[in-house]
Design a protein around this ligand. Structure first.
Ligand code: FAD
Length: 389
């Protein structure tokens, strides 16, 4: 009797035949144009910014955006397919950079920007001509979004922004950054507003940060010193930023979950292949019961993580606001991806600790999951509160 090793879960209700066609073309692009360079880019700790242009030419930034701005949507399911396939590119820094542009910066312009702002920043972003980032986190405030200290003060028809931001994906090379700032320090959650700050604006400086993982990414620390921008750069109403950020978190966290499940599956495959090749005590490591069971546990948890993520995706696409389901998927898959990477290091023995083997990269890259986009502790807070605790 033969056992199927591939998942047999049926997800036809989410992904149509057209989505699967799209998957094939994104996968072909990733395997021909990204994956072959992944090792070289990881070693260089950077990748060419022209990749954005190429992704734009292929239309992969525009699946969830209107045709009026050069997109082909809105189709969030198609966009989820793109994210899953980008996660196969062999470099988490590359997929995170593409995602930071596609799912953070541009989503704010699309959801909350006006017509002129969409033509100015969304349309060229979809074409991959400019690269964006989202800057909420600061040196003294991350989980506590309402606690940010960056200020934007009105001066005639302009705004003057002062403050600093940190860990900003694409921050070091972004052409435009969506910045959250306090416009009314006494208004708590209702005192935050979003602005677009373009690279080259006097007083705006960005510095690249070195990281444990995501090494090819251009994560940056931003300094804003008397940065003067016109009111046309304000995104949404004054005081609306906190609610905009909370609304967009749903998609950001679904996207992270999709990437984490895909990453866990790829790392599992690396670990399993090695466990079947490497012999000790006259048998493949993977044939020892302890490892067979650990692989069985990992495979089971990956299936569970995928099901939770697709459940949150289904609900999101149906127009619901699945706060609990999204938090559960983000929490579960972040911890899953790191667990699988840790097991991958362990099954490789000493090789797992060596920089030339991919296990360490999966381990370093997946460690971000329980921190970025809302920490695991914050996900547990959200879930606990939905149960009235
Ligand atoms: C590689 C990377 C990329 C990122 N990209 C971006 C980006 O593009 N844009 C952006 O704005 N931000 C970005 N971030 C920031 C990220 O969202 C924050 O790091 C995250 O929200 C946590 O905030 P913090 O680092 O300030 O930690 P803190 O909020 O200071 O938390 C420190 C610790 O305290 C815990 N903690 C905090 N509050 C509670 C609580 N109420 N109960 C229990 N425990 C609590 C946290 O869970 C954590 O373990 C990025 C971060 C990284 C590392």
């Amino acid at each position: 009797m033969r056992f199927a090793t591939e998942s047999r879960a049926v997800n036809d209700d989410i992904f149509s035949a057209e989505h699967e066609e799209l998957r094939s073309s994104v996968r072909a692009f990733v395997s021909k144009e990204l994956l072959p360079h992944a090792q070289e880019w990881e070693a260089a700790e950077s990748f060419p910014k022209e990749v954005f242009k190429r992704v734009g030419e292929l239309g992969f930034f525009g699946l969830k955006y209107d045709e009026a701005y050069g997109g082909s949507g809105p189709d969030y399911t198609a966009d989820a397919v793109v994210t899953e396939e980008f996660s196969r590119c062999g470099s988490a820094g590359v997929s995170a950079s593409l995602g930071g542009h596609k799912d953070l910066a541009t989503l704010y312009i699309s959801n909350f920007g006006g017509e002129e702002q969409k033509q100015r920043w969304l349309a060229p972003s979809i074409r991959g001509e400019i690269v964006g980032g989202l800057a909420v986190t600061e040196p003294d405030a991350g989980s506590d979004v309402a606690g940010i200290k960056t200020t934007a003060r009105r001066d005639g028809s302009d705004w003057v922004i002062n403050g600093s931001k940190t860990y900003i994906t694409n921050g070091a090379w972004g052409d435009f950054i969506v910045v959250a700032a306090k416009t009314d320090p006494d208004a708590g959650h209702s005192g935050l507003t979003l602005f677009v700050v373009e690279a080259g604006t006097p007083g705006f400086e960005a510095r690249r940060m070195r990281m444990l993982g995501w090494r090819t990414g251009q994560t940056g620390e931003l300094s804003l010193s008397d940065v003067r921008i016109p009111d046309e750069n304000r995104i949404g109403d004054e005081g609306s930023a906190f609610y905009a950020i909370m609304q967009n978190f749903a998609w950001e966290r679904i996207i992270m979950s999709l990437g984490q499940v895909t990453g866990a599956q790829l790392t599992y495959d690396i670990a399993k292949n090695y466990a079947l090749e490497r012999h000790a005590f006259d048998r493949p490591i993977g044939k020892f019961q302890v490892w067979r069971h650990r692989f069985a546990d990992m495979a089971t948890r990956i299936e569970a993580g995928r099901a939770m993520t697709y459940n949150a995706l289904r609900m999101f696409i149906a127009g619901e606001n699945p706060i609990k389901e999204v938090a559960m998927a983000k929490l579960y898959t972040a911890e899953l991806a790191f667990h699988v990477a840790d097991e991958c290091v362990q099954v490789h023995g000493g090789y797992g600790y060596m920089m030339e083997f991919p296990a360490q990269r999966a381990w370093r890259d997946s460690r971000l999951g329980p921190i970025g986009g809302g920490t695991s502790e914050i996900m547990r807070e959200i879930i606990g509160r939905t149960y009235g605790l």
